[in-house]
Ligand binder design. Structure first.
Ligand code: OAD
Length: 253
């Protein structure tokens, strides 16, 4: 049962911003980053796998790890949370979807114009000249535990190809950041889903939305850094709560 004021606010909203993190893909079988047992940063070394220095120190280790992750994502399917966001967009005048995720599950669920703040596993580029590298749409066949794999070379400058994700110490892409800032300064409601809200500058967005007068709703089974700021903290899994919200709005509208 949802708070009637919450449903009313959502129904009246003319522009909803949805801000997602790894938790929205958890029910598709994609591990989050900071889960106490299964999180990627508990099992793997972020400094070696998610920084330019780590890549330069061992390109095969890094490229092999991201190909393994790309395989996992391509083997996965969107879950009810991804689908409910599409439904919410259909019920709302305007919905802007901002994600920190590097998978393509929002797109495969049917979301359009997704703003990827941290890049994409599916858009590698040259480390030297930054030109995009067209990777095959086939699912890579990587061993269950991953492997070292030399990155391909750029056909323009012969440089090495790197994953198209934002690493620690790098800037988020400017265009996407500007689009996200516009969204949080114009939305009536921001729904933050499945993120610890610890990584900057992305974590600033829900706070900016609140400062600009938007109602902030958080969906997460656990406490996060956003709890104090969110107007509504809905504790539970995104795949349960988001479809429930979409249905509650549909049935009262
Ligand atoms: P985290 O791993 O930090 O947080 C995942 C959040 O999802 C946690 O708060 C969980 O409680 C929550 N969660 C888990 N299962 C859920 C479910 N079924 N429904 C809803 N929530 C659930 O992931 P992010 O906050 O996305 O950066 O991490 C932010 C960034 O840190 C990532 O984009 C990545 C990482 O380093 C880059 O790759 C640049």
């Amino acid at each position: 049962m949802f708070d009637p004021d919450l449903l009313n606010t959502l129904r009246k909203a003319r522009h909803i911003a949805v801000f997602t993190g790894a938790g929205v893909s958890a029910e598709s079988g994609i591990p989050t980053f900071r889960d106490a047992q299964l999180g990627l940063w508990k099992q793997f070394d972020a400094a070696r796998l998610a920084s330019p220095d780590g890549y330069l120190a061992d390109k095969a280790l890094v490229w092999g790890w991201y190909e393994w992750r790309r395989m996992k994502v391509l083997q996965a399917a969107p879950n009810p949370a991804h689908l409910a966001i599409v439904e919410l967009a259909d019920q709302t005048e305007k919905l802007t979807l901002i994600t920190q995720n590097v998978d393509d599950l929002h797109e495969r669920a049917g979301s359009i114009g997704v703003i990827h703040l941290h890049g994409s596993l599916h858009k590698p580029r040259c480390f030297a000249c930054a030109r995009p590298y067209l990777c095959s749409s086939d699912i890579p066949e990587e061993p269950a535990d991953g492997r070292r794999l030399e990155p391909p070379r750029c056909e323009h400058c012969n440089g090495r190809i790197r994953p198209g994700v934002v690493w620690f110490g790098e800037f988020v892409p400017e265009t996407e950041w500007q689009q996200a800032e516009i969204a949080v300064s114009t939305c009536d409601v921001l729904i933050s889903v499945g993120t610890t809200s610890l990584v900057w500058p992305a974590a600033q967005l829900p706070k900016d939305a609140a400062q600009n007068g938007a109602t902030v709703i958080q969906i997460n089974p656990d406490e996060t850094a956003l709890d104090r700021i969110a107007h509504y903290n809905l504790r539970g899994r995104a795949g349960d709560i988001l479809p429930g919200l979409a249905e509650a709005i549909r049935t009262v509208s």
